[in-house]
Design a protein around this ligand. Sequence first.
Ligand SMILES: Cc1cc2nc3c(=O)[nH]c(=O)nc-3n(C[C@H](O)[C@H](O)[C@H](O)COP(=O)(O)O)c2cc1C
Length: 255
Amino acid sequence: MASICIDEKKCIGCSLCVRDCPNHCLYLENNKAHVLPSGCIACGHCYAICPALAVQMTAYPIQDTPTVSMSSLDSQVMLAAMRSRRTIRHFTQEKVSQEAIHSILEAGRYAPTGGNRQNVAFTLLGSKQQEAEAICVKLFRTAKRFGSPFVPFLKQVDITDDFFFKGAPLVIVISSSSEVNGSLAAAYMEIMAESLGLGVLYSGFFSVCCAVSRKLKKLLHLPKGNKVVTAIIIGHPAVKYQRIVPRKPAQATTL
Ligand SMILES: Cc1cc2nc3c(=O)[nH]c(=O)nc-3n(C[C@H](O)[C@H](O)[C@H](O)COP(=O)(O)O)c2cc1C
């Protein structure tokens, strides 16, 4: 079944949807849009562009789609926020509100995915956070004891009980069968969290543990075919940074 259908009574034959469909699944006949039986990836371009609300998206149970109000996002404000973003490794005890969690998940849900597969899952560790961290701590302490072959820097660090999650109140594990899709979702979520005044740490160390620990894999209970792409540790920052740090020049080339 196609993921969209056209309400012919509403269709005004403007052909905007036909021109905008990335997979050329729509055509105009008798001044009405029609859908071809295959090729639709349910991306929603036709739904979003239709001025007459003639497109229905049958692919999704959720129809929570308000009209786009022109964003007041200022590019310079955005750039300043991105440049001043820092990884946060010290958090207060304050919980992250449910509204904030919802916004962060929405940001992840609306990140682009190749082929519009929407194949990214978000696992909030919740009541299992301590247990997950304990597994990781044990693993890293063992690795350290055996000469840290896979993480040389372990030699010089103290693997404290809160080494992985830094006492933050929220850990979201992002998993997918696509690293790119999962990473994009994570970046969207991070920016959303920042805009809410929260601090974020990507935990590569946690991802390492997920890749090697069967116990952790079992605990996470990920959707079939998914691998942990990253985990974002979120909380209210207990540090404030004063300035933007230098970076390498952009490796940008025009061919
Ligand atoms: C994929 C990824 C994994 C990371 N893993 C860790 C980690 O496990 N522990 C940690 O302290 N920092 C981790 N970081 C943070 C980086 O060290 C940090 O982004 C980098 O030092 C630059 O600092 P900034 O984010 O404050 O600009 C990770 C960052 C990324 C993007």
